[in-house]
Design a protein around this ligand. Structure first.
Ligand SMILES: *[C@@H]1O[C@H](CO)[C@@H](O)[C@H](O)[C@H]1NC(C)=O
Ligand SMILES: *[C@@H]1O[C@H](CO)[C@@H](O)[C@H](O)[C@H]1NC(C)=O
Ligand SMILES: *[C@@H]1O[C@H](CO)[C@@H](O)[C@H](O)[C@H]1NC(C)=O
Ligand SMILES: *[C@@H]1O[C@H](CO)[C@@H](O)[C@H](O)[C@H]1NC(C)=O
Ligand SMILES: *[C@@H]1O[C@H](CO)[C@@H](O)[C@H](O)[C@H]1NC(C)=O
Ligand SMILES: *[C@@H]1O[C@H](CO)[C@@H](O)[C@H](O)[C@H]1NC(C)=O
Ligand SMILES: *[C@@H]1O[C@H](CO)[C@@H](O)[C@H](O)[C@H]1NC(C)=O
Ligand SMILES: *[C@@H]1O[C@H](CO)[C@@H](O)[C@H](O)[C@H]1NC(C)=O
Ligand SMILES: *[C@@H]1O[C@H](CO)[C@@H](O)[C@H](O)[C@H]1NC(C)=O
Length: 496
């Protein structure tokens, strides 16, 4: 394989071992003299171990590339958790993150170690992530590729370029077996046999890639796609996303604003938390946007949030006229959650109808032909996995939504109508309220009991301190009363 030969061959094992020993010794000396702010090393060897430092507020570097432009380390997220990430140091933009099963805590019990595998683990909950390799060193290339290598410096056992997160850098190979996922987990990019697809996962995991909202087919202007052979995608320094199959001639070119211009800085593309795919180049002090797959905001899968209405050129409002987009949510809490209306929660459903609307990516959605809006609505009304329909009276197309309603687009044609289910109060809350009330009673009873016991004890120990004890008893009952009051208030809200 080509990519196994990225490192020079002149380093035979003895020379390398000598250099290694020498460099390690040198580093040890340098480190001990710069105790506190030592630069991070350029390789990690067997036995390496690190834990997050509680004094670090954003990023704790552990390994750096030869140029100093990239660094692997602990990145602080949701204040007390961490992700193992590679950062572009001058801009602090993460270009890669380990795909852990869940986020590790920023605490002493979390550890990163290298025992042949690079492993992120927690003393209490076990291994979060591992490269599952038997390697000799961890190394970061000056193109941001994190690698586990053998000591020969040639054999690459694992590389982060094979496991991209939300970003591709120049010359990184994106193949049909890979997925690029936005940092919020909602959107992804995948390759089909002859296209790039962007997918929205509004319905929840375990249901495939989700709804496709952008499909870019290869133009095949310079080379044709041979059926049955996978394609791959590469971000080229010439300022384009090239789709390739088996040669150096692209089967498709998506050019950026700086196509074939001299841009000295590096480039990257990222699938953003809003579902867009954007390209940037680095000027030496900032990232400049020079490509976006979706240029019209209303064409994004959820530009105005759930139950939002996007008016081209005019911004966002809510589908439901009774709600104000500026004041936050366009639907009661619980409608943004993944799920359906089939469960035992017995939520009450209200219907919002709106004419002059259509789905932003209807060309890519399945539909059924129906004779009337009544028939289309009827198919959704009795179907508990259906969240709504959009019907076009002129074509007779009935589009069914099997995920929580997102943003729809306002159009001039009033014969295009939408029917949307909205979850109102969810009864499960009431159960929680009663549990809360029960706990309140129990808590109060314990306090009273404690008070009585205390009273007995004081009476037994010494006489004449009655006043203090009565006060304690009263405060216990007071706490119970408050809790009860709050519970009743929320029941009233539910039944309103
Ligand atoms: C970072 O990379 C740029 C090229 O993008 C290079 O010119 C610069 O020297 C690098 N920075 C360092 C500190 O090596
Ligand atoms: C490295 O540590 C992990 C986690 O403790 C363990 O599963 C794995 O077997 C170890 N690998 C080696 C080569 O010791
Ligand atoms: C990155 O490393 C390669 C050799 O591996 C070198 O040719 C290139 O100039 C380096 N680039 C930077 C920006 O340091
Ligand atoms: C991370 O892992 C999960 C589960 O294995 C997978 O579904 C998801 O696509 C992965 N994310 C990326 C960016 O590959
Ligand atoms: C990218 O992947 C393709 C298909 O797997 C392969 O033919 C090509 O050599 C790879 N290129 C690089 C630079 O790794
Ligand atoms: C590459 O594709 C061309 C057609 O575009 C085909 O004729 C050729 O055999 C392919 N080469 C390989 C190595 O698969
Ligand atoms: C790009 O820059 C190089 C050197 O900086 C120069 O030789 C070349 O003519 C430039 N090309 C264009 C298209 O500006
Ligand atoms: C219910 O709606 C889903 C889409 O939400 C659809 O796939 C399914 O076929 C519908 N079931 C019936 C019985 O119409
Ligand atoms: C829908 O189309 C039918 C005939 O195709 C027409 O009679 C009816 O008036 C239309 N309704 C609306 C609301 O445009």
């Amino acid at each position: 394989m080509d990519r196994r030969r990225q490192l020079p061959h002149f380093m035979n094992l003895p020379v390398h071992l000598f250099l290694l020993t020498f460099l390690t010794a040198l580093q040890a000396v340098t480190w001990s003299s710069h105790a506190a702010h030592s630069p991070s090393p350029e390789e990690l060897l067997l036995g390496f171990r690190a834990a997050p430092d509680s004094a670090v507020s954003s990023f704790q570097p552990l390994l750096s590339d030869s140029s100093g432009n990239y660094s692997l380390g602990f990145l602080r997220v949701n204040p007390n958790q961490l992700s193992l990430s590679v950062l572009h140091v001058p801009s602090s933009v993460p270009v890669w993150s380990a795909n852990t099963t869940r986020l590790a805590r920023w605490a002493d019990s979390t550890q990163l170690f290298f025992n042949g595998s690079l492993v992120l683990s927690d003393a209490r909950t076990g291994v979060f992530w591992s490269t599952a390799t038997i390697g000799d060193r961890v190394w970061l290339s000056n193109t941001s590729n994190l690698m586990i290598q053998k000591l020969d410096g040639v054999t690459i056992l694992w590389q982060s370029f094979d496991f991209p997160s939300d970003t591709l850098v120049e010359n990184q190979n994106f193949t049909s077996t890979m997925t690029l996922v936005s940092s919020n987990g909602l959107y992804s990019m995948r390759l089909g046999p002859n296209y790039i697809g962007l997918y929205a996962n509004f319905a929840g995991s375990g249901r495939g890639p989700g709804q496709i909202y952008l499909k870019h087919r290869a133009m095949e202007a310079k080379a044709e796609i041979v059926e049955g052979q996978p394609i791959y995608l590469v971000l080229k320094s010439g300022g384009y996303l090239g789709m390739f199959q088996n040669g150096s001639i692209p089967v498709d070119v998506q050019s950026f604003n700086t196509f074939q211009q001299n841009v000295s800085g590096i480039r990257r593309v990222r699938i953003e938390p809003d579902g867009n795919l954007k390209g940037y180049y680095w000027t030496g002090s900032s990232w400049i946007l020079d490509y976006q797959a979706i240029s019209d905001a209303c064409e994004l899968p959820s530009s105005c949030g759930s139950y939002g209405l996007c008016k081209p050129g005019k911004g966002c409002s809510c589908l439901d006229n009774r709600r104000d987009h500026d004041s936050g949510e366009c639907a009661p809490a619980g409608n943004q959650l993944r799920g359906d209306f089939c469960g035992a929660y017995d939520s009450r459903v209200r219907v919002v109808r709106r004419s002059g609307v259509e789905l932003p990516f209807k060309e890519l959605m399945g539909y059924k032909n129906m004779a009337s809006i009544e028939e289309c609505e009827g198919a959704c009304e009795g179907n508990c996995t259906c969240w709504g329909v959009v019907y076009s009276n002129s074509s007779g197309f009935c589009y069914m939504l099997d995920y929580p309603v997102q943003t729809v687009v306002a159009v001039g044609d009033e014969s295009k109508v939408g029917y949307f289910k909205v979850r109102e109060g969810v009864r499960k809350k009431k159960v929680e309220t009663w549990v809360g009330l029960g706990l309140g009673l129990l808590f109060g009873a314990i306090l009273v009991f404690g008070g009585v016991m205390g009273l007995g004890w004081y009476k037994w120990r010494s006489r004449g301190v009655k006043g203090y004890l009565e006060e304690e008893g009263v405060s216990g009952v007071g706490a119970y009363k408050d809790l009860g009051g709050a519970s009743f208030r929320s029941i009233e809200l539910c039944e309103k």
